[in-house]
Design a protein around this ligand. Structure first.
Ligand code: APR
Ligand code: PHB
Length: 394
């Protein structure tokens, strides 16, 4: 089998890339280890920067997002018994974010790319490795129905997430790994109850961090900081709701509507970057190259900015035989990645409980108090939260 761009992984990165290339007449084949239903069953983040929303529109997969997604013009920080609102447009020249689940985005991209445009995705087909990335014809080796298969490509995009094989196919002596783990996780619940507030609430509390988020006016997503080794089985629905309410300011706690879980899971917190994001004709994008802790919701948005740079670089190659954008892909993508790695690390550090030292807590409260009372502080938070700009190319 042959294609122009072979893509490993049909998460948001892989699907968005395939869709953007398809609209420009470039052939792709996606190799995905799981089933379509499994991919759609994963509950992930839900805050979309304007840059990503624009890309989904450009991919002609943004119609339902524009109909059903919720535009948020601010978010709230709770600390020391206070609730402070941050106005995004005021501090960012009019920018906002869109609240719309990753699961819905994946669904919309699958519908547009596979069902409507006939794009090829091989499900239940785990890639094993990439060979020949230093040649003009790199190959994805994968398995399907117990058989070993080979997909010969002009380029390979490794969009196969943190546990994928693409990163492992880069020469080990050329790749540098940067990593930090945090001594806690997030226990999350998804429930069909109206959100406690019409905007998100990030809470710094002496018992630990809590976050009130949502997927719609009738579906809420809440999180509480938990121990790294905690297990979902240790928590009843009531335990979760009680702990959430303890960590919110009283007015918010009193208005939480509780209900049975649709899903409950634990997310570990981790920062990770692999550099460079390219070797020869193999390019990494999204979680395959970097992971951020979820505080600030940057993971999905970074996948989108990688695909912005990569899709433009590949298009320039097929249109004008230009290779300069391919050559600077890793550098340009990483420049934005590192700023989000920094922001997520900083926002995590500011809002979570790391230890029982009263000094740590006082320092956090002082910084939060400074932030909300400073125009510069509010601007720095708002412009990172709504998303730093994408670099434009001629
Ligand atoms: N062969 C084929 N597919 C694979 C392999 C493999 N060996 N290993 C993993 N995959 C698939 C996974 O099953 C998954 O569907 O690759 C896909 C990777 O998707 P995601 O993990 O969603 O990663 P990505 O598309 O980069 O999405 C960005 O950022 O912070 C996160 O929540 C955010 O998941 C989102 C991600
Ligand atoms: C979510 O809704 O899942 C979410 C929202 C904001 C975050 C992280 C996760 O910072």
């Amino acid at each position: 089998m042959r294609t122009q761009v072979g893509i490993i992984g049909s998460g948001p990165s892989g699907l968005l890339l395939a869709r953007l290339l398809h609209l420009q007449g470039i052939d792709t084949v996606i190799i995905e280890s799981r089933s379509r239903d499994y991919v759609l069953g994963r509950i992930r983040a839900g805050v979309i920067e304007q840059g990503m929303a624009d890309m989904l529109r450009q991919a002609q997969a943004g119609e339902r997002m524009d109909r059903e997604g919720l535009i948020h013009e601010g978010s709230n920080i709770a600390f020391d018994g206070r609730l402070e609102r941050l106005d995004f447009p005021k501090h960012t020249n009019g920018k906002v974010v869109m609240v719309y689940g990753q699961t819905e985005i994946t669904y919309d991209l699958m519908k547009a790319h596979i069902d409507e445009a006939g794009g090829i995705v091989h499900y239940d087909a785990p890639a094993v490795r990439v060979e020949g990335s230093d040649t003009d014809a790199p190959r994805i080796i994968y398995e399907q129905n117990g058989q070993r298969m080979e997909l010969i490509c002009d380029f390979v995009a490794g969009c196969d997430g943190y546990h994928g094989v693409a990163r492992q196919s880069l020469p080990a002596d050329k790749i540098k790994i940067f990593e930090r783990t945090y001594p806690f996780g997030w226990l999350g619940i998804l429930s069909d109850v109206p959100p406690v507030n019409k905007e998100l609430i990030y809470a710094n509390h002496e018992r630990g961090f809590a976050l009130c988020s949502m997927r719609s006016h009738t579906r809420s997503r809440y999180y509480v900081q938990c121990d790294t080794n905690d297990k979902v089985d240790n928590w009843t629905d009531d335990d979760f709701w009680d702990e959430l309410r303890r960590r919110l300011p009283p007015e918010a706690a009193d208005s939480v509507t509780t209900g049975p879980r649709l899903e409950m899971s634990i997310t570990p917190l981790h920062s990770f970057v692999a550099e460079p994001m390219r070797s020869g004709r193999l390019f990494l994008a999204g979680d395959a190259a970097h992971i951020v802790p979820p505080t600030g919701a940057k993971g999905l948005n970074l996948a989108a900015s990688d695909i912005y740079y990569l899709s433009r670089a590949i298009l320039a190659y097929y249109k004008d035989r230009r290779t300069d954008l391919l050559d600077i892909y890793s550098e340009t993508a990483l420049s934005r990645v590192w700023k989000a790695i920094r922001f997520s690390w900083w926002y995590t550090s500011l809002l979570h409980k790391f230890d029982d030292d009263p000094m740590s807590r006082r320092l956090q409260i002082a910084e939060l108090d400074y932030l909300v009372n400073s125009g510069a502080g509010r601007t720095a938070l708002a412009e990172n939260y709504v998303g730093l700009p994408y670099e434009k190319f001629e």
